[in-house]
Ligand binder design. Structure first.
Ligand SMILES: [Zn+2]
Length: 313
């Protein structure tokens, strides 16, 4: 599905600093890129609601079809999620999501039972009621009924250790958000959480090696981070296949190592831009392509059910 462009009406309560100012006087706060709706000469009152129109650009996503439905039970739906589509609405994706696309396929009320990153493909269970979703999660938190999850990742053959057959990674994981600044990064870095992934070599040819990954904990980007730290990042991972920058940062959380990641992210961002702005709102336009990541949830076992999906790589 290509990128979406549309207008959206947004409403916000009048802020204290706007009281007794004319609508046109606060227009600057809205960047001049959006249109305020109403009488621009009118003074803003405490009870006013400010209504404005914004131009929304949503990046392109993959499309889910009926062929991607693995099972349709009374309590839940299981799909084979394609890479390149987020599950939930986020800042950049509002209509271009798994739940929105499934509405169009006749499933109006779904509650995703766990997360798969936007770029990760594979087995995804979605509850048909919030009650079932919470029952599912309670089951997973109980050691006796904990679910079993497996992934398959593809890396460059020349990055894997010579004698690699199986490997356990126990490197603790911290939340990494490059937009939070160095001070906040240090706080996040010092809040490392125990993590474990087991890796098994499935097959290897001259170019690629396919690795089976078993999760014992479920931290954000756990497999991508562990493979990156081990020096065998997923080959098409735009974030963690970074020439060792993330591994360096884990070793030495210096401001230089942090800045190196920032610089790389900025270069990556520019590479995805068309080099032109939207005539309506002035934002930088991005290329109409969907990124892929060779990371696939290949098995999910819960409550007597086992769902398996082979990756297409
Ligand atoms: Zn625009």
């Amino acid at each position: 599905m290509s990128s979406l462009t549309y207008y959206k009406i947004v409403r916000t309560k009048a802020k204290g600093r706007w009281f007794n100012k004319k609508l046109k006087e606060i227009a600057g706060e809205f960047n001049g890129k959006i249109e305020l709706i109403g009488d621009l000469e009118r003074e803003i009152e405490r009870t006013d609601e400010i209504v404005y129109k914004i131009h929304v650009h949503e990046p392109p996503v993959s499309v889910i079809t009926r062929d991607d439905i693995l099972d349709d039970k009374d309590d839940f739906l299981v799909i084979n999620k394609p890479s390149g589509i987020p599950i939930h609405p986020t800042v950049n994706y509002n209509k271009n999501t798994v739940t929105e696309q499934l509405k169009a396929l006749g499933f109006p009320h779904l509650f995703p039972c766990y997360r798969l990153d936007r770029l990760t493909s594979g087995v995804l269970v979605l509850a048909k009621s919030s009650e079932y979703a919470s029952q599912f999660n309670k089951q997973n938190q109980n050691e006796a009924t904990k679910h079993h999850k497996e992934y398959i990742a593809r890396v460059n053959s020349n990055t894997i250790p010579l004698m690699f057959n199986q490997l356990q990674c126990d490197q603790p994981i911290f939340t990494f958000n490059g937009k939070r600044g160095y001070e906040n990064f240090l706080t996040d870095f010092n809040d490392q959480k125990p993590s474990r992934t087991d890796f098994f070599l499935l097959k290897k040819d001259i170019e690629y090696a396919t690795i089976r990954c078993i999760l014992h904990t479920g931290r954000t980007h756990q497999i991508r981070k562990h493979l990156s730290i081990l020096g065998m990042p997923i080959h098409n991972d735009e974030v963690y296949n970074d020439g060792g920058l993330f591994a360096n940062l884990c070793q030495t959380p210096s401001i230089e190592n942090y800045a190196a990641i920032q610089n790389r992210a900025e270069t990556q961002r520019q590479r995805k831009q068309v080099g032109a702005q939207c005539a309506e709102c002035g934002v930088d336009l991005y290329l109409d392509t969907v990124s892929n990541l060779d990371l696939h949830c290949s098995m999910y076992k819960f409550d007597g059910f086992t769902y398996i999906s082979e990756p297409d790589f």
